[in-house]
Write a protein that binds this ligand. Sequence first.
Ligand code: URA
Length: 441
Amino acid sequence: MRMYDLILKKRDGMVFDKEEIDYFVQGYTYGKIPDYQVSALLMAIFFQGLNEDETFFLTQSMAESGEKIDLSDIPGIKVDKHSTGGVGDKTTLVLAPLVASCGIPVAKMSGRGLGHTGGTIDKLESIPGINVDLSIQKFIANVKKIGISISGQTGNLAPADKKFYALRDVTATVDNISLIASSIMSKKIAAGADAFVLDVKTGSGAFLKNIEDSIKLGRLMVDIGSKFNKQTIAIITDMDQPLGYAIGNSLEVEEAINTLKGNGPEDLTNLCMELGACMLLLAEKTENISEAKRVLRKKLENREAYYKFLEMVEYQGGDTEAIEKMQLPKAQIKHEIIADSSGYISKMKADDIGRASMILGAGRQKKNDTIDLAAGVLLNKKVGDKINKGDVIAWIYTNRQDAVLEARDILRKAIHIEEAPSDERPLIFGLIDSKGQYTEY
Ligand code: URA
């Protein structure tokens, strides 16, 4: 087999078989095929697409390119949740202890943020002392003992995806539905859970900006899950404005803690209820969604979900007193963004707000950049809210004086005020069940 022939084949719109896909995945992962040929192949895939079988073979090949985690020692149905990425998306911090407090074993491998989107592992690191780099043995032992563990992905989990993703990132080939689906699902399959709940984001802050593409991505991932005999549900949710009010690592942890105590923002709480209910169903803990939501609400009200979070932090070496007293990293500079007209907030562009937060220090522009855990943006208003001239729309938090003006200008352009209220955008657009059936909410 020759790489040249594979590039030509895809360029001319033909279909790969499993052997051909294994050839280029393994060849690239083990350094036998150069970047320039894989770049050409990715661009051919971007324009010609992959069909469902090719996407499945690609997922399988990447999932098998490295270590696979065996969770079979942990009793019960392990349900993993994954978000396609967004701004202010701290659902894992709430959802993981919430469902763990209902008896679902949570063995969660999470990632770091890149670009304008955040990552759970960076957020958790704002808790003093916490270890998010657990060995596989410790990771599994904690789940067996207390029902929950969140750790960074081991270096050898789907290494093919790591290499392909880095190349896609610099060759403008990230936003292809088949490539996104196989990238996400290869890591999920390698991480060993029995079932998946996928939060597919749609809107300005998501990889896919329109609802049709997001549904296609959700369906494709559900199909891949079922081909691996893993029950998978996807819900399509809004990422046109940030989730909740906080964007930035310690700010988001604080908001997640408040949510676990029952005092969180409505959108974040409702999303956690929806995702959590799907997880309870797949784990066979409840018969239907409304019963599941009732169980989840109780776990917030009686604080069991919050205590589970504290227990997880303690088992991972973190300072629980710092959480109880909310002593998380704080920025030295706090700057107000003031409304220059009255009306209603009509838009809060999530991607731009994420970018402002990154410039303030909360995110990485390049993979090895260090981040400022205290930096970010705290919104005071959300889309649909009434606002008067002179009101605070948001606060900037940073330790970089030189970033304030640039972030302020981005935020001013990202947040639109109009005289009349605009139509409300739903938080949840619909659900794709494990048979691939889409139901609009
Ligand atoms: N997240 C991933 O893990 N992979 C993609 O391709 C896009 C989002």
